[in-house]
Design a protein around this ligand. Structure first.
Ligand code: ZN
Ligand code: ZN
Length: 46
């Protein structure tokens, strides 16, 4: 064997680049009325 690397080849998966956008405010952190989103508490993601 000529294998020198000990690391196993991991299949590179492409993760969905979506930082858990809040389904309520749409990652804005604000509600439709401009108030703090009660779903994510203004974080913008949940
Ligand atoms: Zn949400
Ligand atoms: Zn939200």
């Amino acid at each position: 064997m000529s294998e020198t690397s000990t690391d196993t080849d991991q299949p590179i998966l492409t993760p969905p680049i979506q930082h858990y956008q809040c389904c309520h405010c749409g990652s804005t952190g604000l509600d439709s009325i401009g108030d703090v989103c009660p779903h994510c508490e203004g974080l913008g993601f949940c």
